[in-house]
Design a protein around this ligand. Structure first.
Ligand SMILES: [Fe+2]
Ligand SMILES: [Fe+2]
Length: 260
């Protein structure tokens, strides 16, 4: 069993939310909001996927990891959902409605996946998403350690730092569950790419609405540090990839220490 702690955290966001879309770095800001908007649908999808097969996991240590993974993801999406509602309200009814319409489509996709897709489809989606976000989280901490973190550090950045740190902490779970039940390397690569493309199509759609609302060109622009950072991301497709071997950044442990 890995060391995965469920921390019950509730962020209190200020009403103004001026640290979310301050206009300092539109690419990064709109990407982060787009990403956050997916969380109340993506993370419940992962939770449903694992709850459905929890009783079939024959390894008690892995079953324990899955339970803690579910506990962490549930905390994440609840915080994202609260701040997402505040963001939508702040952007006005017209923009909010456009974002909600995309959210509804995303939710419908994930519910359909649970209802109609195979176990291996859903497990590889989870692994593709988790491998990608773990690489992104490590790259983000590396940037911060190099002194290239966000200029301001409000509750929004704190939410992302906490979330990224817990994504690194539970990095082994989706991989181990996939290996436990499925294990095909070729399918892991193909299914992960398909999952990541599906996920990012929605982030792009959210970002386009946000960019348009800010009077910007609507071509989604993925910031280098938050997109899919190459070396860390690419190694997730190696046959030898195993997230258990990833070295955890010191800053990650420092962040986690703030919530224990
Ligand atoms: Fe999460
Ligand atoms: Fe996760």
């Amino acid at each position: 069993m890995h060391d995965i702690t469920v921390r019950k955290v509730k962020f209190e966001f200020p009403d103004e939310l001026d640290d979310i879309l301050p206009g300092d770095d539109i690419d990064s800001e709109t990407y982060r909001v787009g990403f956050s908007l997916t969380m109340p649908y993506l993370e419940p999808y992962l939770i449903r996927t694992y709850r459905e097969l929890a009783d079939d996991i024959s390894d008690p240590e892995l079953a324990g990891d899955v339970k803690n993974f579910i506990g962490q993801e549930a905390q994440h999406f609840q915080n994202h959902r609260r701040v997402n509602e505040m963001i939508k309200e702040q952007l006005g009814a017209d923009i909010g409605d456009k974002l909600t319409a995309i959210e509804d489509e995303l939710d419908a996709d994930y519910r359909r996946f649970n209802a109609t897709k195979s176990r291996r489809f859903n497990l590889v989606y989870a692994e593709g998403f988790e491998a990608m976000t773990c690489a992104m989280a490590i790259a983000t901490f590396a940037e911060a350690e190099a002194g290239n973190g966000p200029g301001r550090f409000g509750k929004w950045q704190e939410l992302y730092a906490w979330h990224a740190a817990e994504e690194i902490e539970h990095r082994t779970v989706a991989f181990d569950v996939y290996e436990h039940f499925e294990g095909s390397y070729a399918y892991r690569v193909a299914g992960s790419l398909r999952a990541q493309a599906h996920f990012h199509r929605y982030v792009d759609r959210f970002q386009r609405v946000l960019l348009r609302s800010l009077g910007q060109s609507t071509r989604p622009r993925r910031p280098p540090a938050l997109g899919t950072p190459r070396p860390l991301y690419l190694r997730t497709f190696k046959r030898s990839y195993n997230p258990a071997n990833i070295e955890v950044p010191a800053l990650c442990n420092m962040v986690l220490g703030n919530y224990s």
